[in-house]
Design a protein around this ligand. Sequence first.
Ligand code: PAF
Length: 279
Amino acid sequence: MQIIKKIDELRPIIKQWHREGLSVGLVPTMGYLHEGHKSLIDRAVAENDRVVVSDFVNPTQFGPNEDFESYPRDLGADAALCEAAGADIIFNPEADEMYDNALTFVDMNKITKVLCGKTRPIHFSGVCTVVSKLFNIVTPDKAYFGQKDAQQLCVIRKMVKDLNFDIEIVGCPIIREADGLAKSSRNTYLSADERKAALCLSRSLETGKKMIENGELSAAKVVDTIKAEIEKEPLAKIDYVEMVDLNNLETLETVQKPLLCAMAVYIGKTRLIDNFILE
Ligand code: PAF
């Protein structure tokens, strides 16, 4: 497995793969890889002849008061995980390599302005821009994204359709710790007490899901019950809990599939996200 930092070094390798008729899978990441990322890489390795994992903490998707500087990084551990999983290349550019005085950005209306987009107004423009650039650099046949970032997955699917990228987007299920906490690089920020408190996300989502399974039809009742359960936890502060139509991310009044029930909750200073989808 190779670690490549320059676009000009990566491109000829991928062109050669395409000439040989080999399929290419891309797993875009910001590094500090965990089991959730590994599940994406495993799937990409199973479904493609060659796999590129991008490992780039993308500055343009962080707001001014967010955790860009402190975001955890460990290229050595990432390389070991990718190698063991059977990836072929880690693409690990510097910010200057990706944004050399760039003046062009990809933005999207509507579905980037709701849910996480309300508190993180520039986030999805940064995501769409870097993912478009990665798509143009790596020219994959398939790209793999986790359902934990459900809004991101929805935004990327829409961008691929709108901009006619000839790439199949593969969404992969959320990977959880044994006690239910969704795996996230940001879990490393949590103290022991915060780690326990963070279970209110998955626990309250389970409660909401059960209400729906038992026939509850009012989206507001489900959301209010989830919020009430989170509010019992003193270290938790809700950013949002919402139930939306999975296709357009518009708020639902009545429980109607396909739906996304998504939340962002601060545990101490750490903002965590989680969700469930019913299709
Ligand atoms: O999901 C992430 O880790 C990032 O948002 C992504 C897709 C790699 C873009 O930087």
